[in-house]
Write a protein that binds this ligand. Structure first.
Ligand code: DGL
Length: 278
């Protein structure tokens, strides 16, 4: 390994999302690739993405990618399902650092895991409306029946901290009954926030339905990709080096509180930047 190559491999991974949800993806990257540094951007001023148009989300995503590139990242993870659904294809053509979205890894695992060919997908209105999970699933399993259901109330419930609450149980029951009736055996948690209510969803769906967490699958795919391309960081970050940096477009304090409720260690700060400048 040349010195230059060794230095390049120590550059951070850029991870972005519409807000706090992508922290579920960052958390998996921290667990699975502890050597990797992360620069996280949460677009807290412009969240939610799930109800906005393709053009708007693509414009936002471009700005964020430009910001991350100023931070000299060696790869970018589009940790938001909606942004992956709408913007990933365009972004891939425009930049030369490797990009990974959360949709394809989740779709692949679900297509491989199903036995009866009936796969459920839950997500934001944008992700479900795009039909992107079904498209990827059918590339691997053309005969799959993909039942998609938008669950727009889950995001605010999770952000209110109602992860285990009768209100969430009730809403989940309404959303998921249709999927139970159809007899799916695999369900993709196709939104960054849903892994945080995994237990509620699992309790309703029952043990015979396999839940696929795209955050976990994406972190796994990222690790493999970095290894294959000779990009993984050979050096464990030294004590006090602060390997994780967080940026947001608004509300740093609220972001910090949420981050501290789900990350395996306390974050000290999140910096507000003006993303419209990028
Ligand atoms: N991060 C979004 C997603 O995974 C959910 C929140 C939002 O609508 O912005 O689709």
């Amino acid at each position: 390994m040349t010195e230059e190559n060794r230095e390049y491999r120590q550059l951070p991974i850029g991870v972005f999302d519409s807000g706090v949800g992508g922290l579920t993806v960052a958390r998996e990257i921290m667990r699975q690739s502890p050597n990797e540094k992360i620069v996280y951007f949460g677009d807290t001023a412009r969240v939610p993405y799930g109800s906005k148009s393709r053009d708007t989300i693509t414009r936002y995503s471009r700005q964020i990618v430009r910001f991350l590139q100023t931070m000299e990242v060696k790869a970018i993870v589009v940790a938001c399902n909606t942004a992956s659904a709408y913007a990933l294809d365009d972004l891939e053509k425009e930049i030369d650092v490797p990009l990974i979205g959360v949709v394809r890894p989740g779709a692949k695992v679900a297509a491989e895991a199903t036995k009866n060919g009936r796969i459920g997908v839950i997500g934001t209105e944008g992700t479900i409306g795009s039909g992107i999970y079904a498209t990827y699933i059918r590339q691997i399993r053309p005969d799959a029946e993909v039942i998609q259901k938008a669950c727009p109330l889950f995001v605010p419930l999770v952000e209110e901290g109602l992860w285990k609450d009768p209100v969430t149980d009730e809403i989940a029951m309404r959303y998921l009954t249709e999927l139970i009736d159809i007899g799916i055996d695999t369900l993709i948690l196709g939104c960054t926030h849903y892994p945080l209510i995994r237990e509620t969803v699992a309790g309703i769906m029952g043990d015979h339905v396999r839940l696929v967490n795209p955050a976990y699958e994406t972190a796994r795919e990222l690790k493999e990709m970095l290894e294959e391309r000779g990009l993984s960081n050979p050096v464990f970050p030294s004590l006090g080096a602060n390997p994780y940096r967080f940026f947001v477009s608004d509300g740093a304090e609220r972001f910090k509180q949420f981050a501290n409720s789900i990350l395996p260690y306390g974050i000290l700060s999140a910096k507000v930047i003006n993303i419209e400048e990028y």
